[in-house]
Design a protein around this ligand. Structure first.
Ligand SMILES: [Zn+2]
Ligand SMILES: [Zn+2]
Ligand SMILES: [Zn+2]
Length: 154
């Protein structure tokens, strides 16, 4: 609900990526943008009963291909999808940020704001991308609200 995108903006987004504006695609987008964690296909299935599995699978695939969403794995190894930052393009993802897996709520968070150290691989290895994961407790589960913690003021 938060990120202030409305249906028109989702339509624009689909148009920008030369995708047909279908109701199913718009609903998947709005659900993914509304969450601050990554979403798995079973998550989407559980709220979108009228969209069949194959359609959903295709939507996620085409969004990933177009650079709208990227794949992240949760602690069970299930694929989740998170909205990409604006730096991603078709067949060209730049999602080299830390992904945080919460062991309590099982949420997968994209920590875009962290800058990662350069990683130098041994000679001969030519990486096309990095995926970094951390696990532990998210702010909600650790009891520390990210916004206001009254104890901070002394
Ligand atoms: Zn991406
Ligand atoms: Zn959590
Ligand atoms: Zn991410």
């Amino acid at each position: 609900m938060a990120q202030g995108k409305n249906t028109y903006q989702f339509e624009d987004l689909l148009e920008k990526h030369q995708l047909k504006k279908t109701g199913a695609r718009l609903r998947v987008l709005s659900m993914m943008y509304a969450k601050n964690t990554a979403t798995s296909q079973p998550d989407l299935e559980s709220v979108m009963h009228d969209i069949d599995r194959v359609t959903l699978y295709r939507i996620l695939n085409v969004f990933e291909e177009k650079g709208i969403i990227h794949k992240v794995f949760d602690l069970n190894g299930t694929a989740n999808y998170a909205v990409c930052s604006s730096g991603c393009h078709e067949h060209h993802h730049h999602d080299e940020h830390l992904h945080f897996n919460c062991t309590a709520c099982k949420g997968v968070f994209c920590l875009n704001e962290l800058s990662l150290p350069a990683i130098n691989l041994p000679t001969g290895f030519q990486p096309t991308g990095f995926t970094l994961y951390a696990s532990g407790l998210c702010p909600k589960c650790s009891g520390a609200s990210p916004k206001s913690s009254p104890k901070e003021r002394t």
